[in-house]
Ligand binder design. Structure first.
Ligand code: ZN
Length: 293
């Protein structure tokens, strides 16, 4: 029987577990809410146990911050997350001790970035942002993840505030920073400003323009710092069809022709992998690479 590979997309809201074959065809996929570490990890282990005799590797893409330094005593841990019960949890260790296969451990957004790179021809430098209940980004340069002491945390960069946010004295909803990208532009910021849940806010509300202004700043930063070939914006907020055009327009205005980039419709895009499958695809490939090394 051919080998199988495992993917764990460990999100702050839900876990998505999948097994796939050599061609990254998904044989089975399941998801469940992220509850306590004990319960969530137990369900993850249970899912993969049924495939144990054929599994050749498992990749975990996790919400963070996480420790990805293999020489660190807390390698594989979720570290300083404000998510209840999950700070300082040995996510990788608690799963890996149940299996006799190699594991790859990275951020959920790195997994998504990897999946998005795989489906694009001649792309080896890419940045993937998720704009949802939180904001994170995975960055790949020449086929390798960017990071030094740890993974990057591009969701928590400080961004200049929109004039209307100044007048509201709104500093964002991040418990760590006053005025970071995630606090000002992730889903919860919409409700914090308006008192209305994001999906119920009218399309002509100027709150969308405020949010697009911050997301466009992220695209400018990614452009200036990494010079990627493409910037992918995923996540629930970008599922609103009108957002992409707003972000492209504001990006063009903010960069102001300073650097050449590909045409904005090709450069700033939403995911090419359908059905939120970017991270699963990326993980299956990372898991396969492990078992080939
Ligand atoms: Zn922050």
């Amino acid at each position: 029987m051919s080998k199988l590979y495992g993917s764990v997309e460990a999100g702050g809201t839900k876990f998505v577990c999948a097994v796939g074959d050599d061609d990254f065809q998904v044989l089975e996929k399941t998801q469940f809410p992220t509850t306590t570490p004990y319960e969530t990890i137990e369900r993850t282990v249970e899912f993969f146990k049924r495939y144990e005799d054929r599994l050749a590797g498992i990749a975990i893409g996790s919400f963070g911050p996480i420790d990805i330094d293999k020489n660190s005593p807390t390698y594989g841990y979720v570290t300083s997350t404000p998510k209840e019960h999950w700070a300082n949890v040995d996510l990788l260790g608690l799963i890996a001790k149940e299996f006799n296969v190699p594991f790859y451990f990275t951020t959920d957004v790195n997994s998504s970035a990897y999946g998005e790179m795989m489906v694009r021809k001649n792309v080896s430098s890419l940045v993937y942002y998720t704009i949802g209940t939180g904001i994170g980004a995975g960055a790949i340069q020449n086929g390798e993840f960017i990071g030094g002491l740890g993974h990057t945390e591009a969701g928590h960069v400080y961004v200049p505030r929109h004039p209307r946010d100044y007048s509201n004295e709104f500093y964002g909803s991040c418990p760590f920073h006053k005025g970071c990208l995630e606090g000002l532009a992730a889903g919860p910021s919409l409700e914090a400003r308006t008192g209305i849940r994001g999906e119920l806010i009218e399309q002509n509300s100027d709150v969308w323009d405020i949010q697009a202004y911050y997301i466009a700043q992220a695209a400018v930063q990614a452009t200036l710092l990494y010079r990627p070939q493409v910037i992918v914006f995923g996540g629930g907020v970008m599922g609103q069809a009108h957002m992409l055009k707003r972000v492209r327009d504001k990006f063009t205005a903010l960069l102001n022709g300073y650097l050449p980039t590909p045409p904005v419709e090709e450069y700033i895009v939403t995911p090419a992998v359908p059905e939120n499958g970017s991270a699963t695809l990326g993980n299956l490939s990372l898991a396969k690479d492990l078992s080939n090394n």
